[in-house]
Write a protein that binds this ligand. Sequence first.
Ligand code: ZN
Ligand code: ZN
Length: 650
Amino acid sequence: MQTQTTISVTLKDGSKKEIPDGSTGLDLAKSISNSLAKKSIGLVLNDELKDLTTILKNGDRVEIVTQDDPRSYELLRHSTAHVLAQAVQNLFKGAKIAIGPVIEDGFYYDFEIPNHTLTPEDFIKIEKEMERLANEDQKFVRVNIKDVDMQLNEFKSQGEKFKAELLEQYKNENPTLYVLEDKSGKSVWNDFCRGPHITSTKQIKAFKLLSVSGAYWRADETKESLQRIYGTSWWSKEELDGHLNKLEEAEKRDHRKLGRQMDLFSMHDETGPGLILWHPSLAFVRKQIEDYWKELHDKNGYEFVYTPHIAKTDLWNTSGHNEFYKENMFYMSVDEQDYVLKPMNCPFHVLIFQSRRHSYRELPIRMAELGTVYRYERSGVMHGLARVRGFTQDDAHIFCRKDQYVEEIKGVIDLVDKIYKGFGLNYFAELSTKPKDAIGTKEIWEFAEAGLEQALKEYGLEYKINPEDGAFYGPKIDFKLKDALGRIWQGATIQLDFNLPNRFDLKYTEKDGAQEQPVMVHRAIYGSLERFAALLIEHFAGAFPVWLSYKQVIVMPISDRHFEHAEKIFNLLKEKNIRANIDLRAESINAKIRDAEIEKIPYMIIIGDKEISENLISVRARKKRDLGSVQVDKFIEQVLSEIKDKTIGT
Ligand SMILES: [Zn+2]
Ligand SMILES: [Zn+2]
């Protein structure tokens, strides 16, 4: 047999490249160009992210991941987590390491540290040690664990119980160790890990530790409690600074913080976690978005219904929720009868549909409800308004014939587009297809998926496909919203359902008298009003457009002698249904302006001697914009048109 001295690999562009047998990804990069080799971080080898130093095999498909590739950050951040772990073990005697995965824009690492509670003050020390380790130019070297028992014993003798437990768990899956070697090739530290990593710690140049919190080993409250350090890592100082600025801005906009500052909503120990009390100012926002929703749904042929908050378990047995949604439901017992607080509105709408016979001529039926649902969430995952236990869905269910299905979906997409435009929000769509554990026939899935795709195409909306990410009972379109900081929020969903029509045996009468099952579509556009409110608060940083502002205008007389005229202006605004307020406190005008700015009131009207003598008003918009003197009528006209047109950006 002839020895092969070269191998052939396929590059990203489909071209083939001959390289010496035994070459690594880095060798491949060098053989293409030195500048490429310099920027190379890792590989995507046959669709899997790998170390740059992986030895290539004949026939491999190789894509070189450079610093410009978003996937390179995964390697950098995860590797930074290892350096963090090494630093913590160097600094805190007896610290044991658990896991250190990558998260969005960063990483964390979990530690068990005897007799020391980490504080942000420790970060300076740890960061300094990390910098020292990075400068040591330690190499990440992948080692196959051949003798698992020996390695287990070593971990155990080091007291590394978490590593030992993980190795025990993965011992039959070709476990690997990553050894960090100093310049002389001596092993200085190691961690049980699958990789991949960057090549050298020297590539870690711009990182920061952000926060510390408590965690449990394997997220299990009965197991060891750990300390979790969060951090972020970037290729350059500029990128890091940009990210830190964004975090700072996000913190300023945090809806929980603004919620307190602006008196928007509250939660109380007495009510329990995840149950929201909407205060008047945010309740007004909600009323506006509900009215807008009702107006558009009315125009688009939806009919409104109301359904109760609880139902006997019988209903949830039929719907299947009592079986597959049990962990998320609140149960109660009254008169020896079990009830469930509704986690979804769908079964009620199905009952309304079923309460009489339907002919093909009546379809589509579009049934809408702002329905409040309750779902159990673990207390640890609750987050302000964004993740709660009780929330209101802007829910609707469409029951239609197969030949109406594509048009119905297009109609929903159009409604989503209209509604989001009212808030000036950008969005994108994702189509999730048949998962592995799906119910329903191949034909029905093909019909449903093709219909959603056709609707997206005919509407002209770009979309990404999430393969196998649909629900077990049908495919769906998800809409993701982008806020002012570029963060992504879950928005609308359009969901096909083959399950409920079967379970409730839904029927309508076809032209020829045959009994047919209608197509059932679930859809929500805001999703949850609570989460949508959180998005609006953070997107606008609390400075809502005029149409959503609880206080739209505030009239501020400079001193007592201007009160009368100020009240006249105030009454004029009120008469025109503008939400006006008046500040008659004995405060200086500057104090009044400052307070109105904190409240983020869109317009301030200042009344003094000059304004009275000229019969004009001085107007200031929030964010310190002086709009000068204008006639009251003109101003009223402008505010009214901003409200009517839902103008953004006052
Ligand atoms: Zn690792
Ligand atoms: Zn539903």
